[in-house]
Every structure is written in C-alpha cells, then in structure tokens.
Write a protein that binds this ligand. Sequence first.
Ligand code: FES
Length: 364
Amino acid sequence: MPEYTLKIRRYQPESREGPFWEEFQVELEDSLSVLDGILQAKDRDDGSLAVRCSCRAAICGSCGVKINGQSTLACKTQIGHADAAANRRNGGSNPIVVEPMANMPVVKDLVTDMESTHWTKIRRVTPWLLPAGDPPEREYIVEPESMIDITQSMACIQCGACVSACLSMEVDPDFIGPAALAKAYRFVGDPRDAETKERLNDLAQDPHGIYDCTHCFACIDACPKGVAPMDQIMRLRRAAGHDHDIDDANNGRRHEMAAVKIIEQKGTLDEALNLQETYAPGIKGKLKPPRGAMKALLQSIPTAIRGLRTGKMRSLPKLIPGIHAKLPDGAQDEVKAIYRHAEEHRTELNLYIKGEGGDEEEGT
Ligand code: FES
C-alpha cells in the first residue's frame, strides 16, 4: 500500500497557542482522496484533528481546504495526484500540504467560519426569486431554453473554494465575492424574476460589488463544479452596463468600456488613456475641456499615483495618454477581427493581457 505524508496546518483554540504544522503518515491507495487520508490520520493518530465533511462525493461542499496552496475539495482530490503535484511544485519527496481555506476565520484546524464571509454575503444578494404579481395556482411555467443561461451558476455547491482563492477579497474583505455574485446571476438571469434592473443597479452601485472583481481567474481555477464565478460576474456587468445602461458611481462601467475600446484600437492597454477615458470620457482632443471633466481628472490623481507605484504607468509611453504604440505587423487587424467575430456571434471573451509588466513581448 502506498504511503503518503500529510503536512497539516493545525489550530487548537482551546490550547491558547498559535497555529502550528504537524505531519501525519498515512497508508492508502493512490486513487483514494486527500479527505480519506485526513480521516485516516484522525482515526489512527489524533482524534482531535478537526475537518468538516459529509458526503465524501463532491456534492455537499463541506470539505473545502487548500491542498498544496490550491483551494479545492479534499474529497475530490486524489491523494496520488496531490502527492505528484507537491513534488512537481517543490522538486523532491515533499509532503502534501493541507491548510484551511483562506479569506475566512479559522475555527479549528481545517474548519473555517463560513458564516461571516460566505453565508452573510450570499444573503446580501437576495438569493430568492422576486416575481411580479400573485403566484400562480400551480408552478411557474418557463421555456426550458430560457433557463440554459443560468444552469452553470445553479451548479454551485457553496463550498467556498472560490471565496478562498479570491485575490480581490484578500485586498478588500468587503467585496461581495465570487460565490455570492454567481448566486446573484442565478436570479438575474431567471426569466421569472421581476427585479432584474433593481438587482443589477444595487450590485453595480455597491463599491464592493461587480466592479470590484479584478479579473484574476483564480475563482475559475478553484471551482470544483465548473461554475466559473468570474464569468457570472462578467455576465452581471454586461447585463448592467450594456443591456440596462446602468452608469455606476464607481466608474466601473466607464473603466471597462474604455479598456475595451482602447484594446480594439491599439491591441494593448494604454493605461494613461484608460484613466483619462474612465474619469473624463470624451475629453481627448478638446481645446477647452468642460469644467466637470477637469474636476473628474483631478479626482483621478490618487489612482494615477497608485499606477505609478505599482509600475502600471512607469514608462513615458504609459504616462502620456494616446502615445502608446499599436501592435506591429498587422497584429492589430487580428485583434479587430476577434472583436468583429465576438460582436457578430455575441461571443463572451475574457481578455488576457500579457507583457505589460516587464520586458516580455507585448500582446493580448
Ligand atoms: Fe461533501 Fe467533500 S465531503 S463535498
């Protein structure tokens, strides 16, 4: 029987000591799960090892943890795969590292407090239907095709892996977050709901709402059920900004529209122009800019300073709006062709921007 080492991050609040690491040797078939390994360690070595689980079949969503740094379900991760990943990552005979999920308080060992960071936010998005008029005598009848759009968000099992992986939440703990926003789309996209615009307006105007997502893709990688929460957030943005014309007080819609327009024109992101178009759209080329636009530009100074500090706007072409070069050798035409295709087929695209941070070749 293969042997594995689990290195588990422990925290026993009753001991009044801080967190510590402990290694356990387990013996089980490589096709069994990391959760099976944890339960074996609990059974044979230390009954006080706390872990939350129920179905052991990737259905109930209760066994969310971090394995080798990745947020996932312990019962869905084969121990043989986790061991191979640990050794690929660290290059040697390394233990499988298991930690509680991030972005939420730890109650004990691998058990986290889902109430304060997950369930509170789920309730925040009004996770139930708000239909118009009196309910029908029997059930609501809808065309099956009209529900296809929301089946992906309905697959969520509320495990919190996306919340644990979310980089925005790490910076802004008040961010509504990927799980709750995916839940919000489940009702925004439901043809029976009558409060679509109100829901979208609420989520767009909230400074910790749909425009707080930084598009890092971490929640898509972490989700064990293919919900792709970031895609649901982008659908909420499209519905708010494009379908319902909601202009938010956070400049989120204008920032997004400016980025889309600039990349269509240049292929890479002109950060200075993006800032200008976000805060004062249409100011470009005006000899006498309106006073409101000048005020908005002055308000953008703190954002510009952050851009300078993080390196986003460090070189001269990144500082002066509009002098950012286009992609060379017809590559720009290819970018435009992607835009045309997306518009004609109403394809949803997520843009990866690479080469903006260093000496790498620039491209989209
Ligand atoms: Fe139910 Fe893992 S124990 S999802």
